[in-house]
Ligand binder design. Structure first.
Ligand code: FES
Length: 466
């Protein structure tokens, strides 16, 4: 990582919210807190304005395709989406398309979803196949990518079968996710993800099942959409209903490596934006369980009263421990309040976000739609621990919302749909406002928007390569 990172303490000179720090809130946790939540990495990335053209210029986007999207590791699907030999999913990005296929030996390969005859896509939806037969003239490939058949081989002397294996992209796995990279010379997935695997050793996303997957096209640049999820302080105007229970302004932000950033907001604690003296512990609980959306079926918040000898945060953590344990059979009694409650968001450059902890974890993925610099496919997934006893349930399929539908048309999202509707309501106007800008630049907060700054540090680095 460039710059002077400081581990273990905030760098002097980088101003922080006057509210309690996240570390001070952790000091009051009712359980031991894992070391990874005690790490702080706060480089001073400066305050330079950022050109708006990065979001609005089609030529800049065309350059991003070759310099970023063709070179970065990307989350293509979950391993559980393709459990058996021949199972495959399609991953489309910036006009490219890959077939992500489970092999007989359990490994996973990614093949170009493009016929080597005259280019037709070999598949347009996922499924299970022994062979991929092109629907145009019948050229056929085995599901290991080797060529199987050309109905008219006599007419193609220039293309003997041994030269017709499907081109492949690199594949890696972590946490139950399948990653792909179009660049044969890309650094290893492990080197890019570091230190994510170490941080997630306790939370083991590979032991989870996808219980929610909702997607919608958002009319805004992919960076504008992803950056809406890299800071917490937008709740003051975008999500006023969560101010009673989310310590937003005083969130902790970390730049853990070139590609990995993190922010953590304490839950069960009021925002510094509101007058805490006017909020009771019961107010916190009622606001929290009605809107957080992290459980599939939240308890009846209105019926809960916080005992005098505890805090709303400790009480809420206990509710989560008991609720989740009753649902999945796991024992959460020794898990910290932070791991039961807090939004702990790790991002992997350029387009993935993984929530940490033991409560159902949200996963975000953002990618441009086709070759449009002003449209982004926003996907929200939720992972839950697989039940301790009984069979592992299958993952849910993606629920694609049409342009005329809102996030509230996905009832499986519960209280989360209101929050996403609020987030997404901003974004078309963010894009329109950036297009309308006369200043030509954006300003990022030095600390609270440090992750967005790092996003642009990496953007600049990739874009400056030949
Ligand atoms: Fe595929 Fe002709 S384009 S067989």
């Amino acid at each position: 990582m460039d710059g002077a990172g400081v581990v273990g303490q905030a760098r002097k000179g980088v101003e922080r919210s006057p509210g309690l720090t996240y570390q001070e809130i952790l000091d009051m946790d009712t359980r031991p807190v894992p070391d990874v939540l005690r790490e702080q990495v706060v480089p001073d990335l400066g305050t330079a304005p950022v050109p708006i053209s990065r979001y609005t210029d089609p030529a800049f986007f065309r350059e991003e395709i070759s310099k970023i999207w063709m070179r970065v590791w990307q989350n293509a699907c979950r391993e559980e989406d393709i459990p058996n030999p021949g199972d495959f999913q399609i991953y489309d990005v910036v006009g490219k398309s890959l077939l992500i296929v489970r092999q007989k030996d359990g490994s996973i390969k990614a093949f170009a979803n493009s016929c080597l005859h005259r280019g037709r896509k070999l598949a347009t939806s996922g499924g299970c196949k022994e062979k991929f037969r092109c629907m145009y003239h019948g050229w056929t490939w085995n599901n290991d990518g080797s060529f199987y058949e050309n109905p008219m081989p006599w007419d193609f002397p220039q293309a003997p079968p041994e030269t017709l294996s499907l081109p492949e992209a690199k594949v890696g796995t972590w946490g139950g996710f399948v990653f792909v990279n179009f660049d044969p010379d890309a650094p290893s997935l492990e080197s890019v993800l570091d230190p994510l695997p170490r941080h997630f050793e306790r939370w083991r996303l590979e032991d989870c099942v996808k219980t929610l997957h909702v997607a919608k096209v958002i009319p805004a640049n992919w960076k504008a959409v992803s950056e809406a999820f890299m800071e917490s302080h937008h709740s003051i105007t975008t999500h006023p209903q969560i101010l009673p229970y989310l310590a937003d302004e005083n969130s902790q932000y970390d730049i853990l490596s070139d590609h990995i950033t993190r922010h953590i907001s304490a839950s069960g604690v009021p925002s510094p934006f509101v007058d805490a003296s006017k909020i009771t512990p019961d107010d916190i609980i009622e606001a929290m369980f009605g809107t957080s959306g992290r459980t599939d079926a939240g308890p009846n918040a209105g019926a809960m009263k916080v005992p005098n000898n505890t805090t709303a945060r400790a009480f809420a953590a206990d509710v989560f421990r008991q609720t989740l344990s009753a649902e999945d059979g796991h024992d959460y009694s020794d898990k910290s309040d932070a791991e039961m409650l807090d939004p702990i968001l790790y991002n992997v450059f350029p387009n993935m976000s993984f929530w940490a902890g033991f409560a159902p974890n949200l996963i975000y993925r953002w990618r441009p739609v086709g070759l449009s610099h002003e449209h982004t496919l926003m996907e929200v997934m939720r992972l839950r621990r697989a039940p301790k006893n009984g069979p592992r349930p299958p993952p849910v399929p993606m629920h694609f919302l049409s342009d005329s539908e809102s996030w509230r048309d996905a009832p499986e999202m519960g209280g989360l749909s209101d929050i996403f509707e609020q987030d997404m309501a901003n974004l078309p106007y963010v894009q329109e406002g950036m297009n309308a800008s006369l200043s030509g630049v954006l300003h990022f907060g030095r600390y609270s928007e440090m992750r967005i700054r790092q996003h642009h540090v990496m953007l600049e680095r990739y874009m400056s390569r030949d």
